[in-house]
Design a protein around this ligand. Structure first.
Ligand code: PLP
Length: 378
């Protein structure tokens, strides 16, 4: 049975490893294994002594304990370590969904959050973020109107990829209240948690017994190549079912990944602070850039996370869609921006990624490309 194309990964596969300027990456600046070991007070010798046998399917107990300490109402038994964050979406949807079920999911969204469910259940109803005057907005009244007797899961992602939206604490409470009232599972992707610049909201895992929380080390902690991820599930029966599905995908986490993930979690605050400093600097650059080119872009500053979703004024830019503009930029200028269409949204938005330290150089080149095409405006 065919599943929808994973458009984001397909677009990146075309350009990510050949283009000179990556302006759309969602991860934060990474580091070498040596740097991570040094930062966490460990050594290459310690890594070298690691044996490569099978590991525990649910994940190393010591690692699960470090993960559970990131929450206030979660025990190490509630944690399942994955072989990558994205695996958690597949496992949770497979575990929960039957063909007659409906899912309510944020749109735009990281492809897997919509496509896996769409492959398995009768319908995925979009709960749309919409562009407000200065920031992205979400209508919490709309959510209740989407719930039906067939609804099984509400899928959200806060801080949100690609808009950087985070609900207020009272809106988040409202969402959890609705999930509880209608006895729904809440799949909450929190992989960008820790990258907030304003108020933070609690983890759904601490607030709701039927939350399934996804997280990992790829974004906030800058270690995407480690493929370290986890889900928190407080319901023991569901957790066992998910682990059973995991036996069919990856069986157990990779031993070197678990070792390095443990080291990373010992210094997680340092890693997150480093990522936030880079994003903060890049946000300042964006403010100046979008102020300069306000005829071509509508900038809505993200509240949190490492990405921003920017509207294009296509008639000024001279392209009929964000997709054609992005292919043009990648093919002719070695510059990667992600078309919003890949994330299930209208084709006049692009995603910017703010977590890389070479963003300044890339943005400068982008400004030169724009200026060369619009000399009269500068
Ligand atoms: C919202 C969201 N969830 C999950 C993932 C998956 O993370 P990973 O690629 O590290 O498996 C991503 C990656 O971009 C993401 O943006």
């Amino acid at each position: 049975m065919k599943i929808e194309p994973f458009l984001t990964e397909q677009f990146f596969a075309e350009y990510e490893f050949s283009a000179q300027h990556l302006l759309a990456s969602s991860d934060c600046e990474t580091m070498s294994i040596g740097e991570l070991l040094q930062l966490s007070g460990s050594t290459l010798d310690e890594l070298g002594g690691l044996t490569l046998g099978y590991t525990e399917s649910q994940g190393d107990p010591h690692l699960r304990s470090l993960i559970s300490n990131m929450y206030s109402n979660v025990s190490s038994d509630d944690v399942v370590v994955l072989t990558s964050p994205v695996e958690g979406i597949y496992l949770a949807m497979q575990t929960l969904l039957e063909s007659e079920d409906e899912v309510i999911a944020l749109r735009p969204a990281y492809d897997a959050l919509n496509n896996v469910a769409r492959h398995l259940c009768s319908e995925v109803l979009p709960w749309n973020l919409f562009p407000g005057r200065n920031c992205w907005e979400l209508d919490f009244d709309e959510l209740e109107s989407l719930i039906s007797p067939q609804t099984r899961i509400i899928v959200v992602n806060f801080p949100h990829n690609p808009t950087g939206y985070v609900p207020s604490e009272s809106d988040f409470d409202r969402l959890i209240g609705l999930a509880r009232r209608y006895d729904l599972w809440l799949f909450c992707d929190e992989i960008y948690r820790g990258l907030e610049f304003g108020p933070t909201i609690p983890s759904a895992a601490d607030l709701y017994e039927k939350a399934i929380v996804l997280s990992g080390l790829s974004k906030t902690y800058g270690l995407p190549g480690l493929r370290a991820g986890w889900v928190v599930i407080r319901n023991a029966e569901l957790r066992d079912e998910l682990i059973n599905w995991k036996h069919y995908t990856t069986i157990c986490p990779a031993a070197p990944t678990e070792f390095l993930a443990r080291k990373a979690l010992l210094v997680k605050d340092k890693l997150a602070t480093r990522s936030k400093a880079i994003i903060q600097q890049n946000l300042n650059l964006c403010e100046a850039f979008f102020n300069r080119f306000q005829d071509q872009f509508i900038w809505r500053r993200p509240q949190a996370g490492s990405v921003a979703f920017v509207e294009l004024n296509l008639s000024q830019i001279g392209f009929d869609s964000a997709t054609s503009y992005c292919h043009h930029l990648a093919q002719n200028h070695g510059m990667v921006l992600l078309p919003g269409k890949c994330l299930g949204f209208e084709d006049n938005f692009v995603r910017f990624g703010l977590g890389r330290s070479n963003f300044e150089v890339a943005l400068k080149s982008f400004a030169e490309v724009i200026s060369a095409n619009r000399p009269t405006l500068n």
